[in-house]
Each structure stands twice: as C-alpha cells, then as structure tokens.
Design a protein around this ligand. Sequence first.
Ligand code: CA
Length: 231
Amino acid sequence: MNNCMILVVEDDTAVRNLIATALEMHEYHHMTATTGNEALLAVSSHNPDIVLLDLGLPDMDGVDVIQKIRTWSNVPILIISARNEDTDKIGALDAGADDYLTKPFSVDELLARLRVTQRRLAATQGMLPSSSQIFTNGDLKIDYVAGCAYIGEEELHLTPLEYKLLCLLAKNVGKVLTHTFITNELWGCSWDNEVASLRVCMATLRKKIEVPGQAQYIQTHVGIGYRMVRV
Ligand code: CA
C-alpha cells in the first residue's frame, strides 16, 4: 500500500466516487469531505499528505478553504475544478494551491499529478521513497535502523516516547503537526491528558536537543502544534 494519505474534497458524488475508485485501485489511502468545513476539520485532525480540492463547494469557496488551510499547514493542495478561466486558477494558486487540474480530467492525468506532488513532497522532506535510513538536519542525526539519535558525535539518551516524537517530527520536517495529530500518533487518542503529556515530553526532548534558550529544531505554533524546521 502506498503510505500517502489523500483527502478528497468534492461535493459531486459521481466525481468523488470516480476519484476514490482511482485512488483505491492505485493503493492510495484516502478520506473524503463534501464541504469546506468538513475539509478544514479533516486537514486539522488527520494531517493528510495531499489534498485534492474542488473549488465550488456548497458552504464556502475553495479559495477560502485554501487560505484557511495555509494559515497553519503546508500540505500540498491540488485543485480539481470545473472552472477553466485563468483568473480562477491564479486565484487558487495565489491563495497557496500547489497545482491545478481542470474538469473533465483523465484518471491517468490525476495520477501523474499525484506522483509529481509526492516526489516534490519527498524531496522537500528529505525522505525520498527509497530514502536512506539516516536522517540528518544540521547537527541532528537519527539512525532509524539502530534506533539512535545524535547531536554531532554525541548520542542522545532519549526515552522511547521522546525518540518516537523526534522521529515523527523528523519524518514531517517542514510541516506543522497539530497537537491532535501528534497525540494520535503517539498514544492513539487525543484528550486533555495526552496533550498535557505531549507538552511534558516536548519540554524534555527540547532540553536534550536544543541549545538552552534557542528553538533551533522545533518551533512551537501556539494553540496548533509543533514543527521541525530544516536547519
Ligand atoms: Ca463542486
């Protein structure tokens, strides 16, 4: 199975089913939303890898959806729309969409665009599909096979949870991860207890990897989550 999770936002049942079927046939994980609000909720709570977004949605304009998503997430957004005027395309791209597909489109074209987006995503995240088993970012190094992390030559003494959190941030380098996403990944749920535990775990991890008083590797996004930045 392809490990890429795709969110399909489309209110037209026939088009949604067509896309869903194509994704299933090509072994993509996917989830669907039929309104702008559902889409925003799905992006914030499930952190998909790619969003396929219809511009004409029943409750809000797709461009507004992009602008809202872009306030906290860099997830690649591929627009699928019946509109073919340049102003619509430019509007969507200016708002932060990554690519544009005009209906009617062929499934082959859609899949080709997805592959391009995945490659770009892999390149920006430094984790190409056949990626090395070593992650490096500045002085930080993670050896996934050995299950060890280092700052320079110094091996870090991390708890299993701190190591898991570090790997999760590293594998999503450049992306803001929400509290909900992180706690779901680490504990399988996201109640107040887990969010509090995440804060504690993050604080102890930072003490081990950051220079005191500096947030070189991990940024806090107040009220949203955390992001590992490329150093
Ligand atoms: Ca529509």
